[in-house]
Design a protein around this ligand. Sequence first.
Ligand code: PLP
Length: 465
Amino acid sequence: MKLSIATALLAITGTAAFAPSTSGSASSALRSTISSEVYTFTKSNEIFEEAKTLMPGGVSSPVRAFKSVGGNPVVFDRVKGAYAWDVDGNKYIDYVGTWGPAILGHADDDVLDAVKKTMDKGTSFGAPCPLENELAKAVIAAVPSVEMVRFTNSGTEACMGMIRLCRAFTNREKVIKFEGCYHGHADSFLVQAGSGVATLGLPDSPGVPSSATKATLCAEYNNLDAVKTIFEENKDEIAAVILEPVVGNSGFIKPDKAFLEGLRELCTKNGSVLVFDEVMTGFRVSYGGAQQYFGITPDLTTMGKVIGGGLPVGAYGGKKEIMEMVAPAGPMYQAGTLSGNPLAMTAGIETMKKLAQPGVYEELERKSKKLVDGIVATAEKHGLPISGDYAGGMFGWYFVDGPVKNFSQAAKADAKKFGKWHRAMLERGVYLAPSMYEAGFMSMAHTDEDIDKTIAIADEVMASL
Ligand SMILES: Cc1ncc(COP(=O)(O)O)c(C=O)c1O
């Protein structure tokens, strides 16, 4: 529901619309200088207040609670194409796309039709089905490193299986990960680094035993020397180097090609497994993922998001000689009641069919570039520090002078400004990820008009940031 600015000013009462960090004079000043109508969120707020009494923080996954930008989240009613509608009837141009899977746009008609047909046969088999072969063949054909694949139900599960496999295959325990890279919430990955404590392998979250993370060594992203040093200090002990080949969990950070090449060489030389966690980048930056985009082939790859076409799927795959260690072909145990679920396989197959069409990734990247160029130019016009980049259907920007090459540089971005920006864009119909440490996602459904409109709203908002 939209209100004029005058009515909106009357309607603002305390916590409802604004972040604690933006409440008071700063947010009022921002409001009063922006001319367009703003949304109100009465029903969203009511539902969220109830949700908080029922679920921790009112959500099923933490970032959805808008804690880092402040204010309440909006509660969705439905999604279609490039748009989402909340329970108050507000419509958004959505650049979150359910955190990546909605690359065709939300609720694509072909995907829905196929899922409905499969649903008539049942929702879960718990037995082999031909749809698994079909999706496996599509994944193997698309992703350069993948010769064999195991399906799971989430990216987290895929990463848990992957790390056990790396250790089983090499008979070593230590793994190298990078500051600001997220690989799901399994114990051994909950080491953020970015501080001396983290590099000692201490866990980020209470409840994670230190024994689970002491074999996790952290290095700075895009810093090959740091990785070389870890290898030297842990000779013949490194099972794997695991990274997001484009980082989407600290905003948006591209790797230097030489960094990826160097990691490939170091792993080959030291008998360690190179793993690209492509849960986010897979079928997102190109059809063959970041490994195709940058021309560097890892030994193992984890996937998720897009291959589920909006249903819960994860996967890990790679060289046959490694994958044949997975049970029941080999001794490394990993399983799942709903893994290979027919509905999820169907959504993945239909999504991949459409993504395999010529020109899809060129078009996604053209639109990502158009948006990022527009936002960067607009920020510069208003004298705001900004740094933005994109790859295929993934993009991001920081309110800081760039370039941003690692997590500590990303952390210098202006979080307070981001909070104000996020809320003001939301109130005007642009749904951006509620954290400056999350990438944005373009879909095939976004139009040039959507992007132009987003930039025009940004112009209005930035005038007052
Ligand atoms: C790179 C990466 N790996 C793993 C995960 C975990 O996937 P899921 O949320 O499906 O468990 C994510 C989730 O955002 C991710 O971005």
